[in-house]
Design a protein around this ligand. Structure first.
Ligand code: ZN
Length: 200
């Protein structure tokens, strides 16, 4: 049975969401992407920034590398990239460089979105390639993934802060300093993300 193109987009976005769940399961910010060509997945990726200590390890970048390798070409002709969160400037740049004809994203990114929110690098008329864009496919699901993740992170940070305070008295100065340092790094990372997705 022929399904409408919108149902198709939802079908593929669900698979991108599955990739986002893989990120979540290892404590990464849940963002996932897949690349589809002629009804077949040729690239997958999920955010691995913390695991790999690599600022470029975004879901789209990983999916683009895999698809290029699979196809044996840097031009991703006839490909559609599905991603749960609006692409950042780096990924939008890679999408343009890879000549991806169509991008479908789930939820907008108010702090880094470069597919129409802060700017639109995918459809900049001065570039030599422009990408078709469909936004808001399974927006609720894609957005909840992120807001739930950050809400839990906030709770965990609060709990750890309280725990640290309670146990401070019983620790040696060195132990306390060690914990405090680890805590500060986590808090730093978390805070930079937290104001991005306020809880609903
Ligand atoms: Zn990105």
């Amino acid at each position: 049975m022929e399904v409408s193109s919108n149902e198709n987009h939802e079908y593929w976005m669900r698979l991108a969401i599955e990739e986002a769940h893989k990120a979540q399961s290892i404590g990464e910010v849940p963002i996932g992407a897949i690349i589809v060509r002629n009804g077949e997945i040729v690239g997958r990726g999920y955010n691995l920034r913390e695991t790999t200590h690599d600022a470029t390890a975004h879901a789209e970048m990983i999916a683009i590398r895999e698809a290029s390798e699979r196809i044996g070409a840097w031009r991703l002709l006839d490909c559609t990239l599905y991603v749960t969160l609006e692409p950042c400037p780096m990924c939008a740049g890679a999408i343009v460089q890879g000549r991806v004809p169509l991008v479908v994203y789930g939820t907008p990114d108010p702090k880094a979105g470069c597919a129409g929110t802060l700017m639109n690098l995918l459809q900049e008329p001065r570039f030599n390639h422009r990408t078709e864009l469909i936004e808001g496919v399974l927006r609720e699901e894609c957005g909840s993934l992120l807001s739930d993740f950050f809400r839990e992170l906030r709770l965990r940070l609060k709990e750890r802060k309280a725990l640290l305070k309670a146990s401070e008295a019983g620790l040696t100065a060195q132990q306390a300093e060690h914990i405090e340092q680890a805590e500060a790094e986590d808090v730093d990372i978390a805070l930079s993300e937290l104001d991005q997705f306020p809880p609903k």
